[in-house]
Design a binder for this molecule. Structure first.
Ligand code: SF4
Ligand code: SF4
Length: 231
């Protein structure tokens, strides 16, 4: 989920058509016109990540407040939640697991985006806001969910592929020989995998039926925690 409240504006006098903005935009909102050699924005695709402003070498792009803020969110309840759960768990995520810390987006939201027609990371990003921050934690989960849904990876080499590097091996894909080789060097592959499988298999609650399972500390305990004496 992301509230988009800024949008980029181009200063054409400064643009040199270097295509850096179109290369770093997670939603493919920028392209460069071959004839004018100027960047062109498909504004509705922009989710305000500021990558283009930060990377433009001539400072031709400036983020400004949007006239109308827009909220990006795909509600997992618009599809059968059992399907959402199934896709998440097969991709080795718990449905409630946060896969994008910058936007607090859970695996279930990305799965719901895929199940409602998003077939590329760019389209998932444009609908959910995922990848509008660091783009480090969220990229691999998106690739795993898409692959699990039967959508093959498309390298960006031909200019038409995904704006994302390929998938890296998960704990489940690292060969046994490699695990053995590094077992005595501070890695705990088997223990980590067992723990992850326990988490992935644990029950999930659909959004809307969740309750915070927090026990309020008694007054004395709260005071003790605060370093004071209850009285
Ligand atoms: S990165 Fe900047 S200079 Fe390069 S094409 Fe985009 S707007 Fe123009
Ligand atoms: S702010 Fe982000 S999403 Fe918007 S055009 Fe720039 S790079 Fe693309």
């Amino acid at each position: 989920m992301r509230l988009v409240n800024t949008t980029p504006v181009l200063d054409e006098k400064k643009c040199i058509g270097c295509v850096i903005c179109s290369s770093v935009c997670p939603t493919l909102a920028w392209s460069v016109n071959r004839e004018t050699k100027l960047a062109v924005l498909d504004e509705p695709l922009c989710f305000g990540c500021v990558n283009c402003e930060a990377r433009c070498p001539t400072y031709a792009i400036k983020m400004v407040p949007r006239k109308n803020e827009k909220l990006l969110y795909v509600d997992p309840l618009q599809v059968d939640y059992a399907q959402v759960e199934d896709l998440c768990r097969r991709a080795r995520f718990h449905p409630e697991q946060i896969i994008c810390f910058c936007t607090s987006s859970r695996a279930e939201e990305a799965a719901a985006a895929i199940l409602t027609g998003s077939l590329t990371p760019e389209d998932i990003s444009a609908r959910t806001g995922i990848r509008s921050g660091c783009t480090i934690e969220c990229s691999q989960p998106l690739l795993r969910l898409l692959e699990t849904a039967g959508i093959p990876f498309r390298p960006a080499l031909d200019g038409k592929g995904w704006q994302i590097y390929g998938k890296v091996p998960t704990l489940w894909e690292i060969p046994h020989s490699v695990k053995q080789k590094y077992a005595n060097r501070g890695f705990h592959f088997e223990e980590d995998q067992a723990l992850m499988e326990e988490v992935i298999a644990s029950p999930a609650q659909p959004p809307g039926s969740r309750t915070l399972n927090v026990t309020a500390p008694k007054a004395e305990e709260a005071m003790a925690l605060a370093g004071r004496t209850a009285g």
